[in-house]
Design a binder for this molecule. Sequence first.
Ligand SMILES: NC(=O)c1ccc[n+]([C@@H]2O[C@H](COP(=O)([O-])OP(=O)(O)OC[C@H]3O[C@@H](n4cnc5c(N)ncnc54)[C@H](OP(=O)(O)O)[C@@H]3O)[C@@H](O)[C@H]2O)c1
Length: 332
Amino acid sequence: MASIPSTQKGVLIDKTGGTEVLQYKTDLPVPALVEGQLLVKNDYIGVNFIDTYFRSGLYPAPQFPYILGREAEGTVVKTGGGELYGLKEGDKVVWMADSAYAQYTAVPASKAIKVPSTLPPKVAAASLLQGLTALTLVREAHPVQKGDWVLVHAAAGGTGLWLVQLLKSIGARTIGTASTPEKVALALKAGATHVINYSDSDVRARVAELTAGQGVVAVFDGVGKSTFDLSLDVLARKGSLVSFGNASGAVPPVTITRLTAKNAKLLRPTVANYVATRAEYEAYSKELFDFIERDGLDARIHGVYPLSEVARAQEDLEGRKTTGKLLLDPEK
Ligand SMILES: NC(=O)c1ccc[n+]([C@@H]2O[C@H](COP(=O)([O-])OP(=O)(O)OC[C@H]3O[C@@H](n4cnc5c(N)ncnc54)[C@H](OP(=O)(O)O)[C@@H]3O)[C@@H](O)[C@H]2O)c1
């Protein structure tokens, strides 16, 4: 095992704002460990929309300065003792916790999962947070059944492509939405039954046509503000509006009586609360890895950006220029 340096490269913010507040540093301290932690040397860092929320201030940062990033894949290079869930030095792990935008992260062992030897590290890196989000949404937020009509917004996005593929594996009939012909084609290839370009089509009319006027039993909506009303409108009676993100901005407060017309259910879940216990985290990760291997789910990687170019990565994600997963290479 190579020796561990005392300083490292990383990206932090000390105030909120646009991508200009992202500070790339080459002299951050490598963190010390406390009991129950692993020091992970990250190979690939996942970029997620939530990183932009912490940067912009939509979600409050726990402290300043704050190293951004919520997931990565890497190698355990040191352990802090205590309960380590069987993880040890040399293991390849994927993890979801704080401070991923760095070469080294002190990760609570409870938040790390061993990468199966059959899964390439880059695929594991591109799968965990968005894959677990999609899996827990279709299992728990609205347990989707074979034959169900469902709608997925931003179907060619990182989380959207996982949803589309998992829903196909379950046997659901998925209507996707996307903003360009290229994204429409990609979501169809991933297994959506129909994909509507919501830049130039009447989504309400098209959903009514496809579902013989019934609507969909669930909408998975990570777009938020700009799609909320549409999502409620295309629901079937007793359907579930699963609002799980704010890509277009946060959904304003909702008058609860708006749900009455259809006896609709409204949920605002986060993946962290579905994988809160070690048993849940391990079981869902195993199910996700099994899906990838058994059903050939594709962890589509949009690109691997140098960590030093994190601003470009976030601008591409926020600018709707990407499809699938964005990764950062901490060595560059
Ligand atoms: N609740 C959770 O636990 C959880 C976990 C993971 C992700 N999420 C949420 O899931 C959503 C998707 O995240 P992701 O990382 O997978 O991103 P992504 O879907 O790869 O990118 C966002 C997509 O949203 C669409 N979009 C529509 N209006 C937009 C706007 N005004 N600005 C930017 N994008 C817009 C774009 O697709 P089109 O161009 O096709 O419209 C864009 O490509 C985010 O809201 C994120 O917060 C939530």
